[in-house]
Design a protein. Structure first.
Length: 114
């Protein structure tokens, strides 16, 4: 079974859809870790209520790129899904080809501020 790491920054609606699909068997995966860029993100409460482990990483810390990768590796994650992660994550070599970024808008025309 595929072990997923989910990166969030907000309410976690995409994460919730992935969790539901994993929970009812539509995808052969389980969520091994949720990483949030904000402790107060709605998705954190959602993840905790579903029993998924959560780590909060400060995206303003220059070391956050490595911190995210290290947490995912420690949990044995196979695939990372950036599900509303609103920050740059410089994907380390070991996660290239194993990271999916979902985005609800056309990039770069509608990618938001910054």
């Amino acid at each position: 079974m595929l072990r997923l790491g989910i990166l969030i920054s907000g309410e976690g609606t995409t994460y919730a859809a992935i969790a539901a699909a994993a929970g009812d068997g539509r995808i052969a995966a389980r969520i091994a870790r949720v990483i949030s860029s904000r402790a107060d993100a709605g998705g954190v409460a959602r993840a905790l209520s579903l029993g998924h482990p959560v780590t909060v990483v400060d995206p303003k810390d220059p070391a956050h790129h490595r911190a995210v990768a290290d947490v995912l590796a420690a949990d044995g994650v196979d695939l990372v899904i950036m599900a509303g992660w609103l920050h740059l994550w410089k994907i380390p070599p070991e996660w290239v080809g194993r990271t999916i970024n979902t985005h609800p808008a056309l990039i770069p025309a509608f990618s938001g501020r910054g």
